[in-house]
Write a protein that binds this ligand. Structure first.
Ligand code: HEM
Length: 500
């Protein structure tokens, strides 16, 4: 007993003797607050990495942050030591004030998180289901017909298709083609979080005592934002669930996470709150990410017209012009897959993932990482690491292909970084991956994409600019979309008639 106590004391002393990972010198009291970037955080954190190494330490007041710019370190910490690195940092603005603590994405690691995760894991599994590919097939066809009717509104239609997929998957609800009240509510709710930006965007995230400042107090504008978001958070959790349960009661519910979980004989899965929270979390996690990633793909195609033409030639061979793409065609479209991968690598929509947090003190490579440290993995920097992706700034889909033009399983795919790490890895990743393929294959099979021309007839090529936030979105750009032929337009019209 005495020996064990001595050993524990010695270990504690040793650990506290270790220094934090390197980082910019903090100023008294406020620490590194001036080093926390507010825009394009991924670039600023990459620059800190260039200066201080793959793992950088920052401190703001009593809170420690570790920025990881290296895939090996990210895997060592968030995967190999996932028992310690799977928490979420406290989020005073988003969770406490805006009322989103019911959302699994913001929950700390523990039994409540585990129970929610089981519901999602059970529903999504470890591959894409045929039920989900049929859903994607249907909504992609509706998306193509919307684009055919009003091509300039392509971004709205991408979002509408993503919303339709999620609301059907989560609640078994078929949404109206335009202006569905549930979509309007869900969009307002998720916009309120996106507007709040990354955790840490508000002073209250660093100074939690500000939570108690009343709304009327000068400078407490964040309280109004929080109040508005609270109402949306509650509406988003309750309203679609009430609609879905009514459909279940009346026996007209489609297959969905809600129906599936309510029918589960496992009492830990069929609890009302668990199902409600899990279904509600899906919209927030899926719609903005998917929409932004498809927009990034279109942006990449406009910037790389030769690759775009090559994808269309591949689709001509695999699909032809007598039908629309089916999921089974995917095996014959490796170049398209490579272009999707390359657009995800260059323009990841969750460039900093979602922050993790340590549940106990740890030592790594001789450095001290204390309990409660926020871990930010810079996926954007990892995906542009020249050691992993030579010529990282270039759009080179060929990097994923072997000598025969097939996808080379031995090359590193961005999927292992862009969907996060360890126990918190994105449960919707297989669904997201298939959604991207359906949208890209449908669009390029039936339509030509071109840059708008300026007054001198020169193409306006989109910049690579991404706007910061919890989800990074490409800066607005225009794209001229025209059917590849009258035969293609007719295919799209017929497919829509078949569905309706
Ligand atoms: C391109 C699309 C998507 C991207 C880039 C993406 C990325 C991510 C990332 C980076 C995380 C954080 C992982 C971590 O903490 O290490 C995450 C979490 C999550 N994602 Fe996704 N995601 C996408 C689509 C989806 C979809 C389609 C769904 C469900 C329908 C989904 C559901 C979730 C949920 C529920 C979490 C929280 C998991 C947890 O905290 O345990 N995501 N996603």
């Amino acid at each position: 007993m005495a020996a064990a106590l001595c050993l524990a004391t010695w270990l504690w002393r040793e650990r506290n003797r270790l220094s934090f990972p390197p980082g910019p010198r903090p100023i008294p009291l406020l620490g590194n607050i001036a080093d926390i970037p507010v825009v394009k955080q991924w670039e600023a954190y990459r620059d800190l990495g260039t200066r201080y190494g793959p793992i950088v330490h920052l401190q703001v007041l009593y809170r420690h942050l570790v920025i990881v710019n290296d895939a090996e370190v990210a895997s060592d910490l968030c995967e190999k030591r996932s028992a310690v690195y799977s928490g979420r940092p406290p989020l005073p603005m988003i969770s406490d004030l805006m009322g989103w603590s019911w959302n699994i994405g913001f929950m700390d690691y523990g039994p409540v998180w585990k129970a929610h995760r089981r519901v999602l894991q059970r529903y999504f599994g470890n591959s894409i289901s045929s039920q989900h590919t049929s859903l994607l097939r249907k909504n992609t066809r509706l998306f193509l017909s919307d684009v055919l009717a009003v091509p300039s509104k392509f971004e709205d239609y991408i979002r509408r298709a993503a919303a339709a997929n999620v609301l059907t998957m989560a609640y078994g609800i078929d949404i109206a083609r335009h202006g569905d009240p549930l979509v309007v509510l869900a969009d307002k709710a998720s916009n309120s979080i996106i507007a709040a930006g990354l955790p840490g965007s508000f002073a209250v995230d660093w100074f939690p005592f500000l939570k108690h400042v009343p709304e009327w107090f000068p400078g407490a504008g964040f309280q109004r934002i929080a109040r508005e978001s609270r109402a949306l958070s509650s509406g988003m959790k309750e309203t679609p669930y009430t609609v879905a349960k009514e459909a279940v009661r009346e026996g007209r519910a489609h297959a969905s996470l809600v129906l599936d979980s309510l029918n589960s004989s496992d009492g830990d899965i069929s609890s009302d709150d668990l199902i409600k929270n899990s279904a509600g979390a899906m919209y927030l996690a899926a719609v903005d990410t998917i929409t932004a990633q498809i927009m990034s793909f279109i942006m990449a195609m406009l910037r790389n017209s030769t690759a775009c033409r090559k994808v269309q030639e591949e689709l001509n061979r695999a699909v032809g012009d007598a039908r629309l793409p089916e999921y089974a065609d995917r095996a014959q479209t490796p170049f398209l897959d490579a272009c999707i991968l390359e657009s995800c690598r260059l323009y990841p929509v969750a460039p900093l993932g979602v922050p993790h947090c340590t549940s106990q003190d740890d030592e790594y490579r001789g450095f001290r990482i204390t309990q409660g440290t926020t871990i930010i993995v810079n996926s954007w920097a990892i995906l542009r690491d020249p050691k992993r992706f030579p010529e990282p700034e270039a759009f080179k889909p060929e990097r994923y292909l072997d000598a025969n033009g097939r996808l080379d399983p031995s090359t590193e795919h961005p999927n292992i970084t862009m969907f996060g790490w360890g126990r918190r890895i994105c449960p919707g990743r297989y669904f997201a991956d298939s959604t991207l393929w359906f949208a890209a294959a449908g669009l390029l099979s039936c339509f030509n994409l071109a840059c708008e021309l300026d007054v001198n007839g020169k193409p306006i090529i989109p910049t690579e600019e991404m706007h910061s936030g919890l989800v990074a979105v490409p800066a607005p750009f225009s794209c001229v979309i025209t059917p590849r032929s009258e035969k293609h337009a007719e295919l799209v019209r017929t497919a829509q008639d078949d569905i309706e």
